[in-house]
Design a protein around this ligand. Structure first.
Ligand SMILES: Cc1ncc(COP(=O)(O)O)c(C=O)c1O
Length: 328
């Protein structure tokens, strides 16, 4: 229950926080990771925190079918297919791609979870995905089915509450571990994770820096998107809360060659972290964001921030479709 809004209990929470010994030594800082890649639900990462809220609303509305969308290798689409299977709901995924694309990674898992998959082109995805999901919903309703639409990344007001909740979890863990984090760092894909943490920080007047690294588009685009999401989320909270949006801090420069496309240096970095710290970053989100955190620390941008918490948002199934681009 968060501010009177209930959620389902699906994830393994709280997720652990670990100090990264070698990275900390190298950067001369305390770098911690919060293992949101351990939330469970077949490695659903950050998505399951949002889906706990979305699915509560869906079930309350009597839904028996989920509709959502994403890229071919979308972690969110796969997490939704998994939750649908667990809860006994049917599921349609609108994926940006082609029937002929290699069946690997998340796309393979979508099929294993039994989701119906509809492919649309990149242009249709960019400009018409919400309209397409609405049309599918209307057609299913004519058949007596009760569909519930979850937007891209479950990043709407209700889904964003998952990371307001996560922020509160971090505050409790700080007390237990006797640490105060100066900044919390996350990848930004559809904006919900960042927005939830931002709201939590303000609600609790915790005075931390919430820092995002965008993995597609531009920081400017995401500052606007996050700002809208904050309004949408605050609107559904029972109490009226004033959020001051002056310091939405999203750092550009790590999209590299584009969304889901890896540069050699990013892949080398993922390999180095795997071999020195023994955990796996994913190539699309945490790999780019942690690479950003590392480099921006070297450049001095995190000066004065001695305790930095990076949230590992999961997505490791995205490594497998990249097997041919790693130099091993
Ligand atoms: C593994 C992973 N990490 C991070 C993100 C970014 O989170 P958000 O979409 O809430 O910005 C996503 C999805 O976009 C994701 O799948």
């Amino acid at each position: 229950m968060l501010y009177g809004i209930e959620k389902l209990e699906l994830a393994n929470l709280p997720t652990p926080i670990e100090r990264l010994v070698k990275v900390s030594r190298y950067l001369n800082k305390n770098i911690y990771i919060k293992r949101d890649d351990y939330t469970g639900f077949e490695f659903s990462g950050n998505k399951i925190r949002k889906l706990e809220f979305s699915l509560k609303e869906a079930l309350e509305k009597g839904a028996n079918h989920l509709i959502t969308c994403g890229a071919l290798q979308s972690n969110h689409a796969r997490a939704t297919a998994c939750v649908a299977a667990k809860l006994g709901l049917s599921c349609t995924l609108i994926l940006k791609g082609n029937e002929s694309d290699e069946i690997d990674g998340n796309y393979l898992l979508d099929k294993l979870f039994g989701a119906e998959i509809i492919f649309i082109s990149a242009d249709e995805y960019a400009f018409r995905r919400n309209e397409i999901m609405k049309n599918i919903k209307e057609n299913l309703e004519k058949l007596g089915i009760k569909p519930y639409i979850i937007p891209e990344g479950a990043s709407n007001g209700i889904g964003t509450l998952g990371y307001v909740n996560c922020f509160e979890e971090i505050l409790i863990q700080e007390k237990k571990l006797n640490i105060e984090f100066d900044s919390i760092v996350v990848p930004v894909g559809s904006g919900g994770t960042y927005s939830g943490l931002y709201i939590g920080n303000q609600l609790h007047r915790a005075n931390k820096k919430i820092i995002g690294f965008n993995v597609s588009s531009t920081a400017e685009h995401f500052v606007c998107r996050v700002s809208e999401l904050i309004d949408e989320t605050v609107d559904i909270l029972p109490e009226k809360i004033n959020i001051c949006k002056k310091d939405i801090n999203i750092i550009d420069g790590y999209v590299g060659r584009g969304y889901s496309i890896s540069r050699v240096e990013e892949l080398e970095f993922i390999k180095k972290i795997a071999q020195s710290e023994g955990f796996l970053l994913d190539p699309v989100y945490s790999g780019k964001a942690f690479y950003g955190l590392f480099n921006e620390n070297l450049k001095g941008r995190f000066k004065g921030n001695n305790n930095i918490l990076f949230i590992h948002t999961g997505g490791q199934f995205g490594l497998f479709p990249k097997k041919d681009v790693f130099e091993l």
